[in-house]
Design a protein around this ligand. Structure first.
Ligand code: SIN
Length: 489
């Protein structure tokens, strides 16, 4: 199939859907997503969106918290823009039908690590899902937007420095579809799944990062991978995210001697390193028993239910926790309006690097980043498409295959290597060896890809590309800052 549109949106998280909905007022939009429309990393965001809404709070304080959490290397101008636009973004979401929690009519503001005030707007413990729900409802009822599910993009189509669109494998129909657009946007999220332990869903395979790199876009700050301190750490169970908002409500971190060992609301990089240190002598737990069953169920119903399925009762049990890969602070370099270095290509959300996160993201600034920069990119992209025409081009011929037994093994090997050597604490000798090991996996993946493609091979090709870039970036940054921590020998 060959499809032509004004705006092509790759990815269906909050960033992509917010852009699509706004873009539909200015032209025809195609949203291409590799699973179903609702399945995205944003959908699993528990915490919320940080915004200055309390009269005792102020922009300066949110800017400082963001800059300090980021190891003081973030871009102050980008941070200020994001924080000043935050309250307006909350209003936009409320207008769209998002049901945030309120107390006596006023938005209920939660506390999370690194914030000097309560400023997290949330929908219980499933904020991402509530925002996605509202966006998906509006998208489904918009006749200017066409959604292509089960289409995993293989690569961008770039000619003479201009992005013309992208081509995708339709995993239901087993065929290649080409999408040509006046403006193409990458809203594909992060790459948490390149690590063995990750809080992210299976789809977080860094597809946008890899395809932008192959297309010649600039990527930066990939070494800054945020490890969320409190993912479930129970053998045989997923590394299920246990929101920082629990620590915001007084949840304590305890070591194997049942003693506290870190300020629970310090930025995530600090808490994660402290946990890794404690793990040398035994497991670490999160204790939320002080809240009592009723309050836990009222405030954290999703987490309560999920842990119940895993045999943990939050009102009486300690929850075993450990860090897990959670968020890519770096990504495709963009200006403050989502523009990449490739004409006609925009990027925003986790796939992008605007400079707002510096070396470590402040809690609940991720959904905020998605909302702010997707809105700003729309303004730039709608002007860009004026007077432009859609240009078509040939795409590579690919053989489509059903299964390949090697992909699972290669994927697991890469994830284990990344977790062992490019995790919370790194050292330069291991990083150097890691790059060589990843190159071997990359070579074998390249051979498989040439023989024939399916969704698993396309994802593996992207993951290994991104894993190598993360390891190389980590090796190149010799000093510790933010989430990038080099152990002293
Ligand atoms: C959390 O709820 O702890 C995760 C939200 C975020 O990544 O900011």
């Amino acid at each position: 199939m060959k499809y032509k549109t004004d705006f092509l949106v790759i990815g269906s998280g909050i960033a992509g859907l917010n852009f699509a909905l706004k873009a539909a007022k200015h032209g025809k939009v195609a949203v291409v997503t590799k699973k179903e429309l609702m399945e995205s990393n944003s959908n699993y965001a528990q915490g919320g969106i940080a915004a200055v809404l309390d009269p005792v709070d102020n922009f300066k304080s949110h800017v400082e918290d963001t800059y300090n959490a980021g190891g003081k290397i973030g871009d102050k101008k980008a941070i200020e823009i994001m924080i000043k636009e935050a309250p307006q973004k909350i209003d936009e979401l409320i207008d769209l039908g998002v049901g945030f929690n309120r107390i006596q009519g006023k938005l209920d503001l939660a506390q999370e690590g690194g914030h000097s005030r309560r400023r997290i707007v949330h929908a219980k413990d499933a904020t991402g899902r509530e925002i996605e729900r509202a966006l998906v409802f509006n998208i489904r009822h918009n006749s200017n937007i066409e959604v292509f599910e089960a289409n995993i993009v293989v690569d961008l189509i770039v000619k003479n420095g201009k992005c013309l669109g992208a081509y995708a494998l339709d995993t239901d129909e087993k065929k290649i579809n080409s999408f040509f657009a006046k403006a193409t946007v990458l809203a594909t999220g992060g790459a948490g799944r390149v690590f063995k332990n990750s809080s992210n869903p299976k789809i977080a395979t860094g597809d946008g990062l890899a395809m932008a790199y192959r297309a010649g876009a600039e990527l930066q700050d990939l070494e800054f991978v945020q490890f969320h301190p409190t993912a479930l750490n129970k053998k045989g169970y997923p590394h299920y995210l246990i929101s920082e908002a629990i620590r915001g409500e007084g949840g304590k971190l305890l070591n194997s001697k049942r003693k506290r060992f870190v300020k629970e609301l310090a930025p995530r990089d600090i808490v994660s390193r402290a946990i890794v240190e404690e793990e040398k002598t035994g497991p670490v737990y999160l204790d939320v028993r002080h809240l009592g069953e009723d309050e836990i169920k009222r405030r954290f119903p999703g987490i309560y239910d999920q842990l119940w399925w895993y045999g943990i009762f939050m009102e009486k049990d300690l929850i075993p926790v450990a860090p897990a890969a959670h968020f890519n602070c770096g990504g495709v370099v963009t200006d403050l309006n989502g523009k990449t270095g490739i004409e006609g290509l925009y990027a925003f959300g986790e796939v992008a690097r605007t400079g707002v996160h510096g070396g470590n993201r402040l809690a609940s600034n991720a959904l905020l980043e998605c909302m702010v920069f997707s809105g700003r990119a729309l303004k730039a992209a709608k002007n860009f498409i004026q007077g432009k025409r859609i240009i078509e081009s040939a795409v590579p011929r690919l053989k489509i295959i059903n299964i390949n037994d090697r992909t699972g093994k290669l994927r697991r090997r890469m994830q284990a290597i990344m977790w062992e050597n490019v995790g919370v604490v790194r050292n330069r000798q291991d990083l150097a060896k890691t790059i060589g090991k990843l190159e071997k996996i990359e070579e074998e993946t390249g051979t498989l890809y040439k023989k024939g493609v399916n969704a698993q091979i396309i994802e593996l090709r992207n993951m290994i590309e991104v894993a190598k870039l993360i390891a190389e970036s980590a090796y190149l940054r010799e000093k510790s800052v933010g989430t990038h921590h080099i152990a002293k020998n």
